[in-house]
Design a protein around this ligand. Structure first.
Ligand SMILES: C[S@@+](CC[C@H](N)C(=O)[O-])C[C@H]1O[C@@H](n2cnc3c(N)ncnc32)[C@H](O)[C@@H]1O
Length: 469
C-alpha cells in the first residue's frame, strides 16, 4: 500500500477542504480516500513513485495550514477485526485471543518495514492513536486503556524476538491512561525525540469508520516557528489577529500553487501584518493597505523583523512603503493599477470584540450600518484591482446573540452583486460518505466553512470568490 496518512488540524472540515483543494489543483495530484475527525488517507497519482518523495511531502507539509503530520501507511486492519480483538466488553476470550493473534502477525510485518535493520540495533518508538472522534467512548475505554498498552508490550516482544540490542518506548503519563484522556505525540516532540531517525519512529494508529491505518510519521508541522513569528514579532494584538494556520489555509484556496514568487498577493486590512508575514514565508510578493498609519508602521516593522530572523535581505524602506500603504478601502483602486493582483487574502474589521453576547438588535445594527457598507466597498474595489479569474479569500463574522441566535452578514449577495462567483470550499463529488453525522459535510459546509473555538461569541466564516469577466 502506497498511501499516506495526514493528521488534520483542530478544524477537521476546514483541514480536509484545504487538503482536497491542493490534491485537486496543485502539482501534488491525488485524492482523499478515507477520513475521520483526525486523519485523512491520501492516495497520490504519482508522488509516491518519486525517488525523493519525502522531500515532496515536506514541501506539502510546509504549504498546508491544517496538517500536523504526514505519515506513510504500511498496513490496514478492518474495524471488525479490531472490534473482535478489542471489544467494549469481553465475552468470548477465545475469539479475542484469535483476533489479537491476527493483529500481532500484521504488527510483525509492519515493524520489519519501518525498521529495515533490527538485529543488534537500539530502537525507540512512540505509539500515537488517533481515534475516529476523540469523544468516542471506544477511544477512552478501549483504545487508551487496552489497545495502547497491548501495542507497547507486543511491539517490545516482537523487537526482542528480532534480536534488537535494546528497545524503549515513549511512555504516556499513567494518570492520562487511567482517565482515558490522552494527547498523541505533539509535532514538536517528534523533533525533540529524534523520531525521524532511522532507529526511531512514531507509529501512528489512525482510525476511521472503516478500520485502523498503521503508519510511520515522515514530516511534522513546526508549530514553534509559527508561534515565534506570531508571538515574538515586535507588534502584535492577539484579540484581532488571525491565526497563522488559518492564514496559510486561506492562501491555498486562491489556487496559486505554481511560481508563488511571481504572484502578487494583497491584504487591504493589514493590521499588524499576520497575513503578509506568512505570505512572505510562502514566497508570495506581498502588498498591503490599512487606513491607520500606525498599523502600516507596525506591519513594515514586523516585516523587517521577520526578514532579519530568516536572514533574508531587507529591501529599501521606500519599496516597503510603496507596497504597504495608508489607504481607506474605498480608495484602493486609486492607488493600485487595474487587474494588478493575483489574489487577495484578508480579514476586514470583525466589528466590536464582544466579552458578553450582545442582543440581536445590537448585532443587527452593527451588521447593517458598519459591516454591510464596508463589505460592499471591499468587493467593489477588489473587483478593479484583481486579475480576471483572480480569487479573494475573505473572512466575515458570525455573532452569537442573547436572544436571536447567530447573526451574520449576507456576503454572497454582496459578492455576486459585484460580479464575483462563489467558489465551493469542498467538492461534493470528491468527498466520501460517512455514516456518523458528526463526520458528514452538510450542504452549507460546501460553500463556506467556519473557524471557531467552542463557546466563542464571534466566529469567523471563510469565503472564496472568483472574479467574473
Ligand atoms: C481585524 S484587523 C486585521 C488584523 C490582521 N488580519 C492581523 O491578523 O493582524 C482589521 C484592520 O482593518 C483596518 N481597517 C478598518 N476599516 C478600514 C477601512 N475602511 N479601510 C482600511 N482599513 C481599515 C483596521 O485599522 C485594522 O487594522
Amino acid at each position: 500500500m502506497d498511501n499516506f496518512l495526514f493528521v488534520l488540524g483542530r478544524n477537521f472540515r476546514l483541514s480536509l477542504a484545504e487538503l482536497d483543494n491542493i490534491l485537486k489543483n496543485s502539482q501534488f495530484k491525488g485524492r482523499i480516500i478515507d477520513y475521520s475527525a483526525n486523519i485523512a488517507v491520501v492516495e497520490f497519482i504519482s508522488l509516491h513513485n518519486d525517488k525523493y518523495y519525502i522531500n515532496k511531502l515536506m514541501e506539502l507539509q510546509f504549504l498546508l495550514g491544517g496538517c500536523q503530520k504526514i505519515a506513510k501507511i504500511y498496513d490496514f486492519i478492518n474495524i471488525r477485526d479490531i472490534h473482535n480483538a478489542f471489544p467494549l466488553k469481553i465475552d468470548k476470550y477465545k475469539l479475542v485471543e484469535k483476533a489479537r493473534k491476527k493483529i500481532l502477525h500484521i504488527l510483525g510485518k509492519v515493524l520489519e518495514q519501518i525498521f529495515p535493520k533490527l538485529k543488534s540495533q537500539s530502537i525507540f518508538f512512540a505509539v500515537s492513536i488517533y481515534p475516529n472522534l476523540f469523544e468516542d467512548e471506544y477511544y477512552s475505554r478501549v483504545l487508551v486503556k487496552h489497545f495502547l498498552p497491548f501495542l507497547n508490550k507486543e511491539i517490545m516482544n516482537i523487537l526482542k524476538e528480532k534480536e534488537v540490542k535494546k528497545s524503549l518506548y515513549y511512555e504516556y503519563p499513567e494518570e492520562n491512561i487511567k482517565s482515558g484522556n490522552l494527547n498523541p505525540i505533539f509535532p514538536h516532540h517528534l523533533i525533540k525525540y529524534g523520531l525521524f531517525n532511522e532507529d526511531r519512529a512514531e507509529i501512528i494508529f489512525g482510525f476511521t469508520e472503516e478500520g485502523v491505518y498503521i503508519a510511520r510519521t515522515f514530516t511534522a508541522d513546526d508549530p514553534n516557528f509559527k508561534k515565534k513569528i506570531d508571538e515574538e514579532r515586535p507588534f502584535k494584538e492577539f484579540k484581532s489577529s488571525i491565526s497563522p494556520k488559518l492564514a496559510l489555509m486561506m492562501f491555498n484556496f486562491l489556487n496559486l500553487f505554481q511560481e508563488r514568487e511571481t504572484k502578487k498577493i494583497l491584504d487591504p486590512f493589514v493590521g499588524n501584518g499576520t497575513i503578509l508575514l506568512f505570505a512572505l514565508l510562502q514566497d508570495f510578493q506581498i502588498y498591503g493597505a490599512d487606513f491607520d498609519q500606525a498599523k502600516i508602521n507596525n506591519t513594515i516593522r514586523n516585516i523587517i523583523w521577520l526578514l532579519e530572523e530568516i536572514e533574508e535581505p531587507i529591501p529599501p524602506r521606500s519599496l516597503l512603503e510603496e507596497r504597504i500603504q495608508n489607504i481607506d478601502i474605498g480608495d484602493l483602486s486609486k492607488h493600485f493599477q487595474p487587474n494588478f493582483f493575483d489574489g487577495v487574502v484578508t480579514e476586514p474589521s470583525l466589528g466590536p470584540f464582544y466579552k458578553n453576547k450582545p442582543y440581536y438588535i445590537q448585532a443587527k445594527d452593527i451588521i447593517d450600518t458598519e459591516l454591510e457598507p464596508l463589505y460592499v466597498l471591499i468587493f467593489r474595489e477588489i473587483y478593479k484591482v484583481l486579475k480576471p479569474k483572480g480569487r479573494i479569500c475573505i473572512t466575515a463574522p458570525i455573532i452569537e446573540t442573547i436572544d436571536g441566535g447567530d447573526i451574520q452578514l449576507n456576503v454572497n449577495k454582496i459578492a455576486i452583486n459585484n460580479k464575483f462567483q462563489p467558489i465551493n470550499m469542498i467538492d461534493s463529488k470528491r468527498i466520501i460518505n460517512k455514516s456518523n453525522i458528526k463526520l458528514q459535510f452538510q450542504k452549507q459546509d460546501l460553500k463556506n466553512l467556519i473557524d471557531a473555538k467552542k463557546d466563542q461569541i464571534l466566529k469567523r466564516k471563510i469565503y472564496v470568490y472568483e472574479k467574473q469577466d
